[in-house]
Design a protein around this ligand. Sequence first.
Ligand SMILES: NC(=O)c1ccc[n+]([C@@H]2O[C@H](COP(=O)([O-])OP(=O)(O)OC[C@H]3O[C@@H](n4cnc5c(N)ncnc54)[C@H](OP(=O)(O)O)[C@@H]3O)[C@@H](O)[C@H]2O)c1
Length: 291
Amino acid sequence: MHTTILITGATGTVGQEVVKHLAMLDSDVRIRAGVHSVIKGENLKRLPDVEIVEMDFEDQDSLHAAFTHVDKVFLITPFEEDQVQMAKTLVDEAKRTGVKHIVRLSALGADAEPGIQLGRWHREIEKYIEDSGISYTFLRPASFMQNFVTYSDKSIKEEGRFYQSKGEGKVAYIDTRDIAAVAVEALIGEGHEGKIYELTGPEALSNDDVAQIISEVTGKQVAYVDVPVQEAKLVMKEQGVPEKLADALVELDEVYKAGYSNEVNDEVQYVTGKKPHSFKQFVADYKECFV
Ligand SMILES: NC(=O)c1ccc[n+]([C@@H]2O[C@H](COP(=O)([O-])OP(=O)(O)OC[C@H]3O[C@@H](n4cnc5c(N)ncnc54)[C@H](OP(=O)(O)O)[C@@H]3O)[C@@H](O)[C@H]2O)c1
């Protein structure tokens, strides 16, 4: 019997790594990549044995088609205002179509009390999955190393600077390839039911440390510019980021600044048997994004 695994948000930072990892395995798993913008899904089409399905979280028919005959789901929802409702709709569909296991991409600190808005949104989704009766594994990663590619590559390339509001706070950044490796193990391995994995990289770094590593590895001088949080919020507003999300991001930066995300653990190695990527290795592998 084949196992069919659906990955939602399959073209995103973590989703595409999970699809790639699964496609590289010599297994009889059927991989179904849930793709929103078809054009972004073109890259995934080149991978062996990957079925592409179009999915719009707000279109019930597309969800039903994507979830039908699926055994397990890697559930990713984007960082958007209505992410809780989106995730609940996906869980309802999973229940309706008889999905047996959900691996959910959550976030570190989701269970902190009282925590921050972002964590509370994730915890509400986790609780909804727990209450659904479907077997689950929750992955709660720290901040992604790849955020430096997604949000800072342009200013690093053009100005040799990156702008954030983390002060001198150290963060246990994790490479999304390591999150994907844990996700794959949770999807195809045994004994991960009901487990919660809090995932960090191997070291906690301040943004000055990050700037130094990028400079050393690329040979290009890069500096960190610390932006006061309220100034950062104004920029986000100008860029059209909804107030609710901007507030959540400001709150998250305060957490980083205070050093609440600096604890390193060995859960990646515990689950996968491999050491997580260092920041230095990450920069070496993504060098062309910075120079
Ligand atoms: N970034 C971090 O440091 C960090 C740390 C911990 C946890 N997280 C959590 O990670 C999650 C985000 O994961 P990610 O960074 O891999 O996501 P991402 O790169 O932002 O990608 C989001 C994916 O969702 C798809 N999508 C967006 N709207 C959709 C819709 N209406 N219907 C169907 N698909 C839709 C996107 O496709 P299109 O692009 O085609 O729309 C894309 O494939 C969030 O829950 C966030 O809280 C992030």
